[in-house]
Design a protein around this ligand. Structure first.
Ligand SMILES: [Cu+2]
Length: 120
């Protein structure tokens, strides 16, 4: 019983809504957009609500149906808010997923997610 109080306190902190000062990096847009069906893009990008740390942020492009990754070169925009992946091979038609994870520059918190899209 003695341990339950601190545990509850920590849980409450974790569940508390994030204050702006401790905001996590959220996706504000992507190219292609989520669930979009597009022609083969030259670059794939994900833009976040705040600056992210390149060393602790990454993105992958995969083709889940083929259980295959698309080789990409990843770069970051000058303002530090956008991750850009340049495919190193030609895209074929099909369903793709952008798998991203990002560390916010202000507090180091990690966020991660997936963005599905299709290539016509
Ligand atoms: Cu945070």
């Amino acid at each position: 019983m003695r341990k339950s109080l601190p545990f509850l306190a920590v849980t409450a902190l974790l569940l508390a809504p994030a204050a702006p000062a401790f905001a996590h990096a959220k996706v504000v847009s992507s190219n292609p957009a989520a669930n979009a069906a597009v022609a083969a893009p030259e670059r794939i990008s994900v833009t976040f609500s705040e600056k992210i740390v390149p060393a602790f942020s990454k993105m992958e492009v995969t083709m889940p149906a083929m259980n295959m990754g698309v080789p990409v070169k990843t770069a970051f925009s000058a303002d530090g808010k956008t991750m850009i992946a340049t495919p190193q091979a030609k895209f074929v038609s099909g369903a793709y997923v952008i798998k991203w994870s990002a560390a916010a520059a202000d507090d180091g918190h990690h966020t991660a997610g997936t963005i599905p899209f299709k290539i016509k």
